[in-house]
Design a protein around this ligand. Structure first.
Ligand code: SF4
Length: 206
């Protein structure tokens, strides 16, 4: 683990969230929109969206079908509109319009599951409550032999035991970048990979 962390630091010293945002609320919305969609597409949609609806109060008051149209290009727009309006209403009614800083409180917000909560707490607030386990972290954790589990919640529990807490936020960003750059689901580019000599994945290509 220490060697993997060292190499990730060399390869991706400045890994950060690719979703453009200004503050925790915007990141929460962007993370909901990013499900089954590229960050690039989300970043095209959010500037106009936040101009139209500057605060959680604005999102809480919008009609679902109107918001669904606004976010149409990100896909799954009906469900995402429902999640965003639900989250806005939760943030406004229970937390005075401010996204909470505690995991247990985050999990009471409709539309914010554990992964989303970890993204917002880690990236927007700098609070390491856990490790973001998205599809990249899930796949790379298995390939790098950091877990034997396939359920994201269990993977996160495995990771937090072996990754030092001060690395939790950066580590997930680094794995996500590596998953996008080289360690893709199909045909990972192992010949170019800086982790090659510490990786024993069965589907290695070199
Ligand atoms: S060697 Fe291949 S499978 Fe292993 S981490 Fe690198 S790209 Fe992924």
């Amino acid at each position: 683990m220490a060697e993997i962390l060292l190499r990730l630091d060399t390869l991706y010293p400045n890994a950060a969230c690719a979703l453009t945002h200004d503050g925790p609320w915007q990141l929460l919305v962007a993370t909901i929109l990013a499900a089954q969609c590229t960050d690039k597409r989300v970043n095209q949609v959010t500037p106009g969206l936040f101009r139209k609806y500057p605060t959680p109060h604005d999102f809480a008051a919008v009609r679902l079908e109107v918001l669904a149209q606004d976010i149409h290009s990100t896909g799954f727009f009906n469900n995402k509109a429902k999640s965003i309006v639900g989250a806005a209403q939760g943030v406004v009614s229970a937390f005075g319009g401010e996204v909470p800083r505690i995991m247990e409180e985050m999990l009471t917000i409709p539309g914010a599951a554990r992964k989303t909560a970890n993204v917002v707490l880690g990236t927007a607030y700098g609070i390491a409550s856990g490790i973001v386990v998205d599809t990249h972290v899930q796949r790379l954790s298995a390939r790098l032999d950091l877990t034997k589990n396939s359920d994201p919640v269990k993977i996160e529990q495995d990771l937090i035991k072996i990754v030092p807490r001060e690395k939790w936020i950066l580590f997930a960003h680094q794995l996500i970048l590596h998953g996008r750059a080289l360690c893709q689901a199909r045909n990972p580019k192992c010949a170019e990979c800086g982790l090659n000599t510490v990786c024993y994945a069965r589907d290695k290509t070199a």
